[in-house]
Design a protein around this ligand. Structure first.
Ligand code: ADP
Ligand code: HMS
Length: 559
């Protein structure tokens, strides 16, 4: 009798479950549900307004989705729930929340429900940039060696700046929180009753090192006296490697998910990292791009080196036995969504509606008729700041070269090209610093949705791109880790290497660079690099001055 594993991928807007047949490797069923509260970036459920750069989620949504998507995959497949042996989850990260000892999120306590700091801070919550700047300044003055492992800078998206923001702006929430925890670990805690923090988020997002642990108490005290005992008091030194079994599904959670208690649950994982074995990558030289709202770039190597602006290098952070490197772009699909939502003329909307296609598809169809360089446009992809290689959330977007004849599809294409240049910047930086990349693998929503975009990425990077056959690669990876947690004796796998040999499949068709396009994109990339350094490396800080002006004006307006 075939055995099954379930992977649950907690994305930015929605969560999806995937049921994996461990005998055939077939993805038997999937089910998606949007979070009831969505991303809260303007107000809380009770109408409390949020300042700019905030992005919150409601933790109750993470449990709510399980009630629908898990029973849904079981019903669709018509299998016996007793044959589900493993379950794994992956999450966006650093997506963190303050909780009580028993796991209760502070936002679920009535007296805190109007305090924004009691909710989940989503990965793209960028309002802790002042704390991140200060942390980087202090760490660099003190010569903290951990900075090198994070490309020279800690991002405002990560755990310590987010916690410090809570302490600065809501000391009562800081005090009241018994723990700060990654959402991925919190859900695992809910599923199993065990707090089992995973090495991936600890390593990439919480400045934890397998041998050195967290930064010293001295460092935390240098940030703020009140943070001196943060690790002992509100984090945990108990960190579990990926692939470990966190525990078994509790009867209470099994009931609401329509499963049997006792299913093996893997320690939590991150959406990007979990995708690496899910495209079959378990060795160096191959960069995996998880392409959707944002892009995460991941690569394995057998040595630890410093790559400027990388998000991090973590031993065993992706696959045991390797150093896992991560870099990323904070907005990719989000930029195209912004354009579609804000900048498309009425006639385009009508045409798309009449033809029953999305505006993305219409713009892509028109943009595909253009040759590289034909629009005369060049854009910089910093609509949500720059995560690599500049690590600066205060940078903003640019579109250069517009005239009275510029068309929407030309801008749409320039925005796609800008994101491809951002990726090339990351690849070049890895190559120049001793982590060589000779192959690209892609997964996520964008390769499914936009072949033109994929061709542009192949042309800009001058590398062939192989694409995952799964349309839910992170969920597939999570299911693979669930099967590893269950173990071979139960019908799963003994290691993620074994799972990665058997399960992942790639599409036959790959994207190959077209030499004449490569030539033009090489020239455009030179221009992109000039603008990148001009705006991004302090030659002209106009973006920051504009942002400061904007903040000043909006503060005056509010007062
Ligand atoms: N045809 C398209 N071409 C390019 N981008 C698209 C297209 N359709 C949707 N998108 C973008 O894809 C992104 C969603 O990607 P997806 O991988 O599904 O989500 P997530 O990153 O949250 O998992 C959105 O930001 C949206 O703007
Ligand atoms: O930052 C990470 C991983 O390190 C991601 O979770 C984050 O970019 C969210 O990605 P998506 O919303 O899935 O595009």
């Amino acid at each position: 009798m075939a055995k099954y594993s379930i992977g649950i991928d907690y994305g930015t807007e929605s969560a999806r479950a995937l049921l994996l047949n461990l005998e055939t490797g077939e993805e038997v069923a999937t089910s998606v549900m949007n979070y009831p509260h969505g991303v809260m970036d303007e107000e809380l459920p009770d109408g409390t307004k949020l300042p700019q750069d905030w992005a919150l989620q409601h933790p109750d949504d993470y449990i709510e989705v399980l009630k629908k998507i898990v029973p849904d995959v079981i019903n669709q497949a018509g299998i016996d729930k007793a044959d589900v042996i493993g379950l794994g989850i992956d999450f966006t990260a650093c997506t963190m929340l303050p909780i009580k000892k028993d796991g209760t999120p502070l936002c679920d306590i009535p007296q805190y429900k109007s305090n924004p700091h009691s909710y989940v801070k989503l990965w793209k919550h960028h309002a802790a940039q002042p704390e991140a700047n200060k942390l980087n300044e202090i760490a660099s003055q003190r010569g903290e060696d951990f900075l090198a492992r994070y490309g020279g800078k800690i991002s405002s998206e990560w755990l310590i700046p987010k916690i410090w923001q809570i302490l600065n702006e809501a000391p009562d929430i800081y005090e009241e929180a018994d723990k700060f925890i990654e959402a991925t670990d919190w859900v695992v805690m809910k599923l199993t009753g065990n707090e089992r923090r995973n090495s991936c988020t600890a390593g990439y997002k919480a400045i934890w090192h397998k041998r050195k642990g967290y930064p010293s108490k001295d460092f935390f005290r240098a940030l703020d006296e009140r943070l001196e005992n943060l690790v002992e008091e509100k984090l945990s030194k108990d960190i579990y490697p990926l692939g470990t079994k966190a525990g078994e599904l509790t009867p209470e959670m099994a009931k609401i998910m329509g499963l049997n208690p006792g299913v093996a649950v893997a320690v939590g994982n991150v959406d990007a990292h979990v995708s690496v074995p899910a495209v079959g990558v378990t060795s160096p030289g191959k960069m995996v791009m998880v392409m959707g709202t944002s892009i995460c770039h991941l690569v394995l190597d057998d040595k630890e080196v410093e790559v400027p602006g990388m998000c991090g290098v973590v031993e065993d952070g992706i696959i045991p036995g390797f150093y896992g490197y991560e870099a990323g772009q904070s907005a990719v699909g989000d930029i195209f969504a912004w354009f579609v939502d804000n900048c498309v003329p009425y006639e385009y909307k009508i045409e798309a509606e009449k033809r029953g296609i999305s505006i993305h598809e219409l713009l892509t169809e028109k943009a595909a008729k253009l040759k590289p360089g034909e629009s005369g446009l060049l854009a910089i992809d910093w609509w949500n700041g720059n995560r690599s290689v500049l690590v600066d959330a205060d940078l903003t977007g640019v579109i250069l070269g517009m005239t009275l004849t510029t068309k929407p599809e030309e801008i749409y294409r320039a925005l796609i090209e800008a994101t491809a240049f951002g990726t090339r910047m990351i690849i070049d930086t890895f190559n120049q610093n001793g982590v060589s990349i000779s192959e690209l693998y892609a997964c996520g929503g964008l390769p499914e949705k936009n072949p033109m975009l994929m061709q542009i990425y192949a042309d800009v990077t001058n590398l062939e791109i192989k694409v995952s056959k799964s349309s839910q690669t992170p969920a597939l990876g999570a299911a693979m880790f669930g099967a590893v947690a269950a173990g071979k004796a139960k019908g799963g796998f003994d290691s993620i290497f074994e799972a990665a040999r058997v399960i992942p499949k790639l599409k036959e068709e790959t994207y190959n660079p077209i030499p004449e396009n490569v030539e033009i994109y090489d020239k455009l990339f030179e221009e992109y690099k000039l603008l990148h350094d001009y705006f991004g490396r302090g030659i002209n800080n106009v973006m920051k001055r504009l942002k400061a002006l904007k903040e000043g004006v909006s503060n005056v307006r509010e007062a």
